[in-house]
Design a protein around this ligand. Structure first.
Ligand code: 5AD
Ligand code: SF4
Length: 450
């Protein structure tokens, strides 16, 4: 989401004369786009700002001092305090106001007055964002939903990103079509709680995500659709069944469960229990037997006992995840869990995290091993690390490197997997001699749900 927002900020600044620079030195403006989800986020921002301060002081002859801006959720949470702790910062703005960036920049340059804009404006930011610049990228992100109304007790998102807001199906489809015309073959639909999306349908009424995906799948040339991140309780039947009957919907789903203990899930206000999660996974596997799953886990949530943690390990063992992210609980100021329940000792958290990560790593390795010798569809996205290589992604998100010409970029090809690495695969294209078309190739029948 932050990568997408950063690109959109660049889209806003190009018309007023800025261009993207790869390094802070010599830049006219530096924007730190920040994330506040886990601990030390604010401290990291202040230390990064400390590193940038000299750029403001030692202005090289002939250059104006750069504007320094802090954007994103740390900006939203810290607001005015950033100007107090880092007086050389010119602009502080949150995720919901960055569409005002050109006016803010213009005002700071004209008046020299610093700005803090952490409103949650009533108007829809997306109505004010310009068309995206052409990137020619094969795989693109598209934000369809922002904010969250679920209020999990550990999470800052509802406070920093604000209330759940869904864009209309029509504006999403228009963006998706523009991306495909610009060369995109894969679109990942983004939202903090993406499967809570419920937007205006093109001809009145409201759609939910499953229906939107079916609609987007009609765009000629769009070979792959993904969405992230989802809440288990928002996996409705229409979305689950889309995994069985929309071939463009990739058989890989990130569905965070956080814990396997019902006691902890209730304390987290997740509003589902372990059995509900299992049931959802069973349904998904019924519709799409090959679906690979990924999850987020938090260990050491307040009140988590050994027996709760054992339930998390049990759920992981039972379900089997192809990929996962796991974190130690970190108390976020202003969230209910920060001062509720018994906080778990740091060494216990470390021990649990190590145990969980060992199990998750073993599952990830064995999933990668299952790919050996398989023929999978790969969407090629660009040049590989080595000369003569191109790299793409398998349906299950693994990077796949092959020796092949650049002209394959933008097409889906069958690749036989020959080697596994820690997080990636190497293989050989099966259909190299076939003419390469940039037109819609469509996923082949094998390797995709049917
Ligand atoms: N402590 C630890 N992990 C957290 N996450 C969110 N908030 C916290 C927190 N306070 C994790 C959750 C979420 C992921 C994006 O970050 O697992 O799914
Ligand atoms: Fe945070 Fe996700 Fe819970 Fe929303 S559903 S409060 S974004 S963890």
């Amino acid at each position: 989401m932050n990568a997408y927002d950063s690109d959109r900020m660049a889209d806003l600044l190009v018309p007023i004369g800025y261009e993207v620079s790869q390094a802070p030195d010599g830049a006219d403006m530096i924007i730190l786009n920040t994330c506040h989800i886990r601990e030390k986020a604010a401290e990291k921002v202040y230390s990064e700002l400390g590193r940038l301060a000299p750029l403001k002081a030692d202005v090289i002859a002939g250059h104006k001092a750069p504007l320094i801006a802090v954007a994103g959720c740390v900006a939203q949470a810290e607001g005015q305090q950033i100007l107090e702790r880092a007086p050389y910062v010119d602009l502080v703005f949150g995720p919901q106001t960055y569409h005002r960036l050109p006016e803010m920049v213009e005002s700071v340059l004209r008046t020299g007055k610093r700005i803090v804009d952490t409103d949650f404006p009533a108007d829809d930011k997306f109505d004010f964002l310009p068309e995206e610049r052409s990137s020619g990228d094969v795989s693109r992100f598209l934000t369809i939903q922002e904010g969250c109304d679920r209020f999990c007790t550990f999470c800052v998102v509802p406070y920093t990103r604000g209330a759940e807001q869904s864009r209309s199906a029509q504006s999403i489809a228009a963006d998706a079509k523009a991306m495909v015309s610009d060369g995109a073959r894969e679109i990942t639909l983004l939202g903090q709680n993406v499967n809570a999306w419920h937007g205006d349908a093109p001809s009145g009424g409201e759609w939910r995500l499953g229906r939107l995906i079916r609609h987007l799948a009609e765009i000629a040339g769009l070979d792959r659709i993904r969405y992230t991140t989802s809440h288990p309780s928002d996996m409705d039947d229409e979305l689950i069944s889309a995994h069985g009957d929309v071939p463009q919907l990739m058989p890989f789903l990130h569905l965070p469960v956080q814990s396997g203990s019902d006691k902890i899930l209730a304390a987290m206000n997740r509003r589902h229990n372990a059995k509900d999660y299992r049931r959802t996974i069973d349904k998904l596997r019924h519709h799409c037997p090959e679906i690979a799953l990924s999850s987020d886990f938090i260990v050491g949530f307040p009140g988590e006992e050994d027996s709760d943690f054992a339930k998390t390990l049990g759920l992981v063992t039972e379900i089997g995840f192809a990929q996962s992210y796991s974190f130690k609980y970190s108390a976020r100021a202003g969230t209910p869990a920060a001062d509720q329940g018994r906080q778990v000792d740091e060494d216990v958290k470390n021990e649990r995290l190590a145990g969980l990560q060992q199990l998750l790593r073993a599952q990830q390795d064995s999933f990668l091993q299952t790919q050996l010798g398989m023929t999978v569809d790969v969407l090629f996205e660009g040049a590989g690390k080595r000369r003569g290589q191109v790299v793409g992604r398998s349906p299950f998100m693994h990077p796949v490197h092959v020796e092949a010409p650049d002209r394959l970029v933008g097409s889906v090809r069958s690749v036989r997997i020959q080697k596994c690495f820690a997080n990636s695969l190497r293989g050989e294209v099966q259909t190299i001699s076939a003419p390469v078309s940039t037109e819609h190739l469509g996923p082949s029948a094998e390797g995709i749900c049917a």
